[in-house]
Design a protein around this ligand. Structure first.
Ligand SMILES: Nc1ncnc2c1ncn2[C@@H]1O[C@H](COP(=O)(O)OP(=O)(O)O)[C@@H](O)[C@H]1O
Ligand SMILES: [Mg+2]
Length: 311
């Protein structure tokens, strides 16, 4: 489909399961254990869905997720059944032309109520929290440090400082219109159980490490990312679900443009956020209209990262 598919999944007359900021998810009448996962061209910033879509964005997010699902399948199983529309159940076939390239048939799973965020650079909300954190001293009073989400850091770090090994900073999954919030490891452990939390931390760290290596060979730094996992009580298995390592869920930076202390130009929503932050807009609905060059610039960034990672 050529045109921007912003809200046109309304042409799909399957029973709705859930509509998120970016995806419209449908039930499959033939099989209650499956879902049709359609990625639209909608874009959100500060958890507000913009009035305009970004052409081809749903395609880019889907193709990147497919790349990573495949690459990580020996580390963790995932929710993908197939992205080959000709293999979807009969009830999906009337919509085939809208689904090609931007949809997946997935297993319906119980998604854990936490977002598994991994960070390899001090940036974004974590950098802001670091800057705000008060300087503390150890009991001996000789060593000062800052504490962010339970992790201790030296007090003199600059923006983009490389965090090795990457940090696991889970957050709550907020409902539409409410911002996600960082939670401590202890709170996250209360929410999903200690064993499951340890498992998603282990799996997430391994996926992130492999992705960082793959991306670095292509001149890309992955500064942070968010994974979602599901737990299947019947099999006791953890599944990787949702989208994986896309420009919506991750910060991708061109390696050659990254310097300590400056925010690098990124292949993600930062371009849109930068535009929005100059406006007198309170980051609630309704969103401001987006000028054409901001939409085109965002589309170009999404397309560029797809090519860099896929080729
Ligand atoms: N396999 C799955 N089974 C059930 N729900 C899923 C599965 N994979 C992802 N989800 C959920 O589907 C939604 C994806 O839609 P999206 O537009 O990204 O939502 P959000 O606005 O919450 O980010 C998320 O709420 C995610 O947790
Ligand atoms: Mg999402």
């Amino acid at each position: 489909m050529d045109e921007c598919m912003l809200d046109s999944t309304s042409v799909i007359k399957l029973p709705p399961h859930h509509s998120g900021k970016v995806r419209d998810i449908y039930k499959i009448p033939e099989n209650e254990n499956l879902l049709l996962f359609v990625t639209t061209d909608r874009i959100s910033a500060y958890d507000v869905i913009m009035g305009e879509g970004v052409p081809d964005k749903g395609y880019t997010l889907t193709q990147l997720s497919l790349l990573w699902f495949d690459m990580m399948s020996d580390i963790v199983p995932n929710h993908l059944v197939t992205a080959d529309v000709s293999k979807y159940p009969e009830s999906c076939q009337p919509y085939a032309k809208y689904l090609v390239g931007r949809s997946m048939l997935v297993k319906k799973l119980n998604v854990l109520p936490i977002e598994c965020i991994f960070r390899s650079r001090l940036t974004g909300s974590y950098w802001n929290a670091y800057k705000r954190a008060i300087v503390q001293r150890t009991e001996s009073r000789y060593v000062s440090f800052k504490e962010v989400c339970g992790f201790k850091f030296p007090t003199n770090l600059q923006e983009n400082y490389e965090i090795m090994p990457p940090l696991f900073t889970p957050s709550t999954k907020a409902n539409l219109g409410v911002h996600d919030e960082n939670v401590s490891i202890a709170n996250a452990s209360e929410m999903v159980g200690m064993e499951i939390l340890a498992k998603v931390q282990d799996v997430g760290s391994r996926i992130f490490a492999r992705a960082i290596e793959y991306a670095s060979e292509r001149g890309i730094i992955i500064a942070d990312t968010k994974f979602e996992f599901a737990y299947d009580e019947n099999t006791g298995k953890i599944y990787l679900v949702d989208e994986v390592l896309t420009p919506d869920s991750s910060r991708f930076w061109p390696t050659d443009k990254v310097r300590l202390g400056i925010t690098p130009p990124s292949f993600d929503k930062q371009f849109l956020r930068d535009y929005l932050s100059q406006l007198d807009w309170d980051k609630t609905y309704p969103p401001p209209p987006l000028p054409k060059d901001i939409i085109v610039g965002t589309k170009e960034r999404y397309s560029e990262i797809l090519l860099k990672l896929l080729l």
